[in-house]
Design a protein around this ligand. Structure first.
Ligand SMILES: [Zn+2]
Length: 260
């Protein structure tokens, strides 16, 4: 089942009326006290809560998680205490790809002993953020990972915008979703302009080229509870104005398809 949700700071949960699925994006100070807030948060009847990484976790470095920065460690501690998934980004440029994937698989397996870890597909490159990666932008890397790691706690965060930014088709999306229907526990959503894929990350829903009717049809194959979370560029500005617009648009698609 899919649940429409918002990515926010726990102090801003009240901004999103009618929403009870959240992905938290916290700084170090807030993460330090977040476990203390967990009870209060759950008392608000929240259906699901995920904590976003934490790019600083660097799970694919040779030192693995041991080398993670304080923020990554804190997020993992909180995720373990609250039993909520941590969304992580693994990326790498200019290293031996096979070796990097093997190391990442090993580190993910280690982390997933205590935590639920959702690894996100990234864009091959994004001009907006200057991001570039050779790993986990292509579905084939997920196939390689899951051939190496057999751990129920390793899940997937599917980013629709990243998927199309990397040049894939609806058919490839359908194949990916059906292959991992029992692992996709989070879906990030934004539009992208196909004529400028790497330069239009986080475009408002409906202002780019993605056919969301089609995307929601495909997503209906997901077999486990998953949050659908908009990630619009600068979406947090002015009391999350752009995020709220995105939620409204997603609701229109969603009500036609399923109860979210
Ligand atoms: Zn994302």
């Amino acid at each position: 089942m899919l649940f429409l949700g918002a990515k926010t700071h726990w102090k801003s949960l009240g901004e999103f009326e009618g929403i009870s699925t959240f992905e938290l994006w916290e700084g170090e100070e807030d993460l330090k006290t977040l476990d203390l807030q967990a009870r209060a948060i759950f008392n608000k009847n929240i259906k699901m809560l995920r904590i976003h990484s934490v790019e600083k976790t660097h799970i694919n470095t040779s030192e693995g998680f041991e080398a993670a920065k304080a923020l990554g460690k804190l997020a993992l501690d909180v995720g373990e205490k609250m039993r909520v998934p941590i969304v992580v980004h693994a990326h790498s440029v200019g290293e031996d790809k096979k070796k990097t994937l093997e190391r990442t698989a090993e580190n993910l397996d280690k982390l997933a002993q205590k935590n639920i870890i959702a690894i996100e597909n990234m864009p091959h490159k994004s001009l907006r953020s200057g991001f570039r990666t050779e790993i986990f932008w292509h579905p084939i890397d997920f196939d390689y990972l899951f051939a190496l790691v057999d751990n129920r706690n390793v899940k997937i965060c599917l980013d629709i915008c990243h998927f199309f930014m990397s040049g894939f088709s609806y058919e490839e999306l359908e194949n990916f979703v059906s292959a991992y229907a029992d692992k996709i526990c989070e879906v990030h959503v934004a539009d992208v302009k196909f004529e400028n894929k790497s330069g239009s990350e986080g475009t408002q829903i409906g202002e780019g080229s993605i056919n969301f009717e089609k995307v929601f049809d495909i997503l209906s194959a997901i077999k486990i509870d998953a949050g659908i979370i908009p990630e619009i560029a600068n979406g947090h500005i002015n009391h999350y104005a752009a995020e709220k617009v995105a939620l409204q648009k997603l609701r229109e698609f969603a009500v036609k398809k399923q109860e979210i």
